[in-house]
Design a protein around this ligand. Structure first.
Ligand code: AKG
Ligand code: FE2
Length: 181
């Protein structure tokens, strides 16, 4: 991207996402209605449509129909419903953006609960960097003397490790210099 004077003013994150080799993808999820949900709710359990996880990429841009279900997990472990809004995009910080910002932005744990009468459809653009790109904190964000909290790794290495893990695992833990307690 260039400004009016023709200077290249593309930021580091945009460079990774706009790169022609960027490993981005688009997914459509459909959660059919689950009529048994009442029984499950009565038993105090949740009916999971998509189990808890963080998105490994840089950023996820989500839009859904008017059926709720998406929840995010707060620091204290409680789950909060994200009201569906067909006219807005919901932006999720992914694991890679957490590393690029050296932990300033947190990759949020989220999940989807199934509804008992209505089906939910969501579509998500997952912005990922090129496979051979190193995922390290952006130098201009770092304070003087600040060190990366993460070991150096490429997006290919992270993706490979993520595929070997379970959905709910805290996948960044393997790449932290001091593993989270
Ligand atoms: O369907 C949704 O609302 C979220 C799905 C999701 O988290 C994902 O596909 O990674
Ligand atoms: Fe997700």
């Amino acid at each position: 991207m260039t400004d009016q004077e023709g200077r290249n003013n593309e930021g580091p994150t945009s460079r990774l996402l706009r790169n022609e080799k960027s490993d981005s993808c688009f997914r459509v999820n459909h959660y059919p209605p689950c009529p048994d949900h009442w029984e499950v709710a009565a038993s105090g359990r949740n009916l999971i449509g998509f189990g808890e996880h963080t998105d490994p990429q840089i950023i996820s841009v989500l839009q859904s129909n008017n059926t709720s279900g998406l929840e995010i997990c707060l620091k204290n472990g409680s789950w909060v419903t994200i009201p569906p809004d067909q006219s807005s995009f919901f932006i999720i910080v992914g694991d890679s953006l957490q590393v690029l910002t050296n932990g300033r932005f947190k990759s949020v744990k989220h999940r989807v609960l199934a509804d008992h009468t209505k089906s939910r459809v969501s579509m998500i653009f997952f912005g990922g960097p090129p496979l051979d790109e190193s995922i390290t904190p952006i130098p201009s964000l770092m304070e003087e003397g600040e060190e990366s909290h993460y070991k150096e790794f490429t997006w290919f290495e992270y993706k490979k490790s993520a595929y070997k893990s379970r959905l709910a695992d805290y996948r960044l833990g393997l790449f932290e210099k001091t593993p989270a307690q």
